[in-house]
Design a protein around this ligand. Sequence first.
Ligand SMILES: Cc1ncc(C[n+]2csc(CCOP(=O)(O)OP(=O)(O)O)c2C)c(N)n1
Length: 636
Amino acid sequence: MVDESKYKVLFRVNSPEDIRTFSVEELKTLCSEIRDYMVDVISEIGGHFGGGLGTVELTVALHKVFNTPHDLIVWDTGHQAYPHKIITGRRDKLKTIRRLNGISGFLKRSESEYDAFGAGHASTSISAALGMAVARDIQKDDKKVIAIIGDGAMTGGMAYEAMNNSGIIKSNLIVVLNDNNMSIAPNVWQISNYFSEMISHPEYNKFKGAIWDLTGKLDNFGDGIRRVTARLGSGIKSMLTPGMLFEALGFRYFGPVNGHSLEQLIKIFEQIQNYSGPILVHVTSEKGKGYKPAENHVQRLHAATPFDKMTGEVIKKSGSPDSYTSIFGNALVEIAKEDPAVIGITAAMPDGTGLDILCKEMPERYFDVGIAEEHAVTFAAGLATQGITPVVAIYSTFLQRAFDQIVHDVALQKLHVVFVLDRAGLVGADGPTHHGTFDLTYLRLIPNMVIMAPKDESELRNMLYTAVKYYGPIAIRYPRGSALGVDLQKGFAEIEIGKAEIIRNGADVALLAVGNMVEYCRKSAEKLLGNGINSEIINMRFVKPLDNKMLDDIAARFNKIVTIEESTIVGGFGSGVLEYFSEKNYKNEILRIGLPDHFIDHGTQEELHKIVGIDPDGIAEKVQRFLSKNIKQGVA
Ligand SMILES: Cc1ncc(C[n+]2csc(CCOP(=O)(O)OP(=O)(O)O)c2C)c(N)n1
C-alpha cells in the first residue's frame, strides 16, 4: 500500500497550477516522489512503467512552463503519460488505472481537460497538434500547442507526413522529440544511429565546444549552433548539426537537451515558447530512469504485471498454459526451418507477437520494420512478388492502420501474404484503443481474402501451416493470453480451406462459433444441457470462405441457429451467415451473438466478456432466451 506520509510535496499537487510557484529544488523533490509513487502503485497493480519513469522531468517542466490546460499538450501513444496523470488531478486514481471503471492507461479527452487528445496508437501526435495549431490560428487565439513524440513513434510514417505539412503551413507548433533509443524493443530508427554518431563525433564535440567558447554559456542551445552554422558552408553544416533532417522539413531544431535536467528543460521551454513557426526540441532521456530494475530491463518493464518492488521481478501466476503468442512463435520457427521461403515481419512488437523467437533462432529471416504497419504490409507484398512467403504478425488493432495496403497492394494482386493477428477480440486492460474488435469485418469485405480463427493452440499450428502452404492473402486471428493447454501433436496437418467441423452433435439449436468462442460454446452447451437443451456446436474455422455446405446442412436440420464471434456484430461472421441465408432464401431463425456496436472500455478480459455477455454463462442465457421466444432474426 502507498505510505502517503513519506511524500513531502506530491500530495500537495492537485493540478499543474500548484507546481508553477515551486522552486527548482521543490520540483526535483516532486520528480523523485512521482517516481517513488509510480513504483509503489504500479508494482502492485501493473501497468505501463518504463516510458513514464523516463518522462518525469519532461512532464514537470512542460506543466511548469506552459499554461496548461489553456496551452495544449499532445502526448503520442500515451503509455508514458502516467506522470502527466499524476500531476493533473489523477494521482489518487492511479491505483485504478486500466481497471474496470478506473482511469485509462492512455490519454482520454473525456477523462481530463489536460488530455488534449486521445491516444493509444503511435505516431499521431504531430498531426493532431498541427490541427490544433491551425484551429488556434483560425480562431485568433494565443494558446501554445506542444506535441511529445518518442523516437519509437518517429518510425511511423504519419509523423513525417505531419512534419512535412507543418513545414508548409508554418503555424507555431512545438514538437518535443523524447529520444530514449528504445521503442518497446530496441528501436529500429535509422535516424537514432545518425544522432548518436553525430553527437559522439569528435568534430561535432569540437564544434559544440567552439560555440561554448563563443557564447560563454550554452543557454542558446540550438540557436547558438544555428548562428554559427549559418556562417559555415552547407556541406560542413550538414555534417555538424544533428537537426539537419528536421530543418529540411521546415522545423527549427534545438538540442539535444538532457531530459532529466529540470534546469535545462525549463530553460529551453521558456526560451522557445514565443518563437514562431514549427520548432523541434530534441530531448534525450532514459527509459526506466531512476528505478534500477527498469533501467536494467527496459524491454520487460515497458509495461508490467504486478512485480516485486525491490527486485523488479514479475510476480508469476503459476500453471497457466502457454500463450497463443508463444505457440505461434515456436510453430513459425518449425515451419521456417522446413521452408526456406518463409520469413517473419513485425512492426516493433517482437515480444508481443512471438516473433522474438524467430529473431533469436533465425535472425536473417526476421524483420522489425518499426512502428510502420502500412509499410510492413506493402514490404511483404513486394517480397511475395519474388516468391518469398512473408508472415506478417501484427496485433488486430494495429493492422487497422494498413487496411489500404492489404486491399490495394496484397489482395488486389492476389499475393501470398500470411497475416497473423494476435490480440483479436477484447484485450482487457489496454481498453478501446487496443481491443481487436473489427478485424473479422474489415478483412471479410476484401475480395480474395481467406480468414481463419483457431479453436485452440493445436489448430493454430495447423492453420499457420495451412496458410504457408496456401497461395494468396490469408489471415489467422486469435486472442490475447493463454491458450487452452491441449496436447500438441508433432508436425502439422493441412486444413482444407473453407471447411468447418462439427464439435458436438445436438438437436435443439445449432451454435456456429468462431475461434475461442468454440470453447465457450462447449461450456455453454453443458449449462444448456442442464436445462434440457441439446445444442450442436460447429467450429466454423473459416470466416471466409464460409463452409456453405455445412450451412446448407445446418439450415436443413435446425430451425434455430446462433452465430457467436468475439468481434463486432456489424459486418462480421454472423452477417456473413445472414447474407448467405438471405441469398438462399432460407427462413431459419438466426440469433447473432458478438460484440455490440459501441466502443468497449477497459477491464479484465473476463469482466468484459461478462459485461457484453459472451462468457459461457452469457451465451447460454442468450441461447435459452432465443429458444423461448419466437424471434425471426436478432442480435444479442
Ligand atoms: C500503431 C501502433 N503500433 C504499435 C504500438 C505498440 N507500442 C506501444 S508503445 C510502443 C513503443 C513506443 O516507443 P517510443 O515512441 O519511443 O516511446 P517510449 O516507450 O520509448 O517512451 C509501441 C511499439 C502502438 N501503440 N501503436
